[in-house]
Design a protein around this ligand. Structure first.
Ligand code: AMP
Length: 313
């Protein structure tokens, strides 16, 4: 059993109030893979150029991510993204996006990647997401991410892609852009009406919400002592969330509301480690014990006894 992820593999340059990096390993598929690698075998599908070398593969192999389906485009350059974060780190401006080999990306999945039980369609052209979804027709749980660009210029195909998945993972501003709804639950329900059974709305440093047709569940971000760089936090969240669901499926369980709530906690934990250092630096040397401990701590800081009677007047 394995998890397949299709998406960007990148070099990122970022500046935050706490420093920056000129060139670091990034990309949605990379952040997702490293986070999901704590739960199941992960196969990453995406293009790279000649500049993607042994050091970058070593980070992925260090977490046992299967890179057989990384497509090396001869003579090409790896996707490059740069961004700068404002003071409160909840918003960022993109300075540069050089698509390079990503521009002509046409995902080619090996038989092993197609045979995945769990599939994550990271933020790529919705038409490509649809094509990959069709190739992975055995998958029992499929989640999809997207971004404002595709909502604006490829809405129809994005709707078609959403119709084929079980779960959509977007941030709150994307939900508002896509549905016109400002309220998280109302917006999420409009997306659920298209077919998915669940929707995860990422709220940046305020946490995340899980919305189904008849329920919602809210979890805060884990309060880390220091946020160095939020880049990739959303994809690490997705990796922890989708990975935890893959573990449940592997154990023969159904994806119940309870499973998804626990998965939200794992997503929150992985995202919180991601932001503590730049790019993939922290997650690359994270241990399973640290992940489990953080999930327990998250439970301790969010649970209370609603049965205890207080004398209200
Ligand atoms: P996140 O902070 O979770 O939204 O993810 C940031 C990652 O997305 C970075 O590592 C970038 O390399 C990658 N990224 C930025 N823009 C794009 C884009 N247009 N398409 C695909 N990936 C992107």
């Amino acid at each position: 059993m394995s998890v397949t992820v299709v998406g960007s593999i990148a070099f990122d340059a970022v500046r935050t109030p706490h420093g920056g990096r000129e060139r670091m390993l990034g990309g949605a598929a990379v952040h997702f893979s490293l986070a999901a690698s704590f739960f199941d075998e992960v196969r990453v599908v995406g293009p790279v150029g000649d500049d993607f070398g042994a050091d970058e593969y070593a980070v992925l192999h260090g977490r046992a991510v299967n890179t057989d389906d990384i497509e090396h485009v001869e003579g090409g350059k790896t996707f490059f993204w740069s961004g700068v974060y404002g003071h409160n780190m909840n918003s960022r401006d993109t300075l540069e996006t050089d698509l390079n080999v990503f521009e002509t990306f046409d995902p080619k999945l090996s038989e092993d990647s197609k045979a995945c039980e769990v599939l994550f369609l990271a933020n790529i052209l919705p038409e490509l997401q649809l094509g990959v979804r069709k190739q992975c027709d055995q998958a029992t749980f499929v989640a999809l991410d997207s971004m404002d660009l595709w909502i604006n210029i490829a809405r129809e195909k994005l709707v078609q892609a959403i119709e084929t998945v079980d779960c959509v993972i977007l941030n709150d501003s994307e939900v508002e852009l896509f549905t016109g709804e400002r309220e998280v639950v109302q917006g999420a329900r409009k997306i659920i009406e298209l077919g998915p059974s669940a929707m995860v709305v990422k709220l940046g440093k305020y946490g995340a919400a899980l919305v189904t047709a008849d329920s919602s569940f809210w979890i805060p971000a884990f309060p880390v002592a220091f946020v160095a760089d939020p880049t990739g936090a959303g994809d690490s969240f997705a990796g922890g969330f989708v990975g935890a669901i893959a573990t449940a499926l592997q154990a023969g369980e159904d994806v119940t509301a309870e499973t998804m709530r626990l998965a939200m906690a794992y997503g929150t934990a992985l995202a919180s480690f991601n932001v503590e250092e730049f790019g993939t630096e922290r997650v690359a040397r994270l241990t399973a014990e640290e992940v489990v401990e953080r999930v327990k701590e998250l439970q301790r800081i969010t649970s209370f006894d609603a049965e205890k009677k207080l004398a209200l007047t």
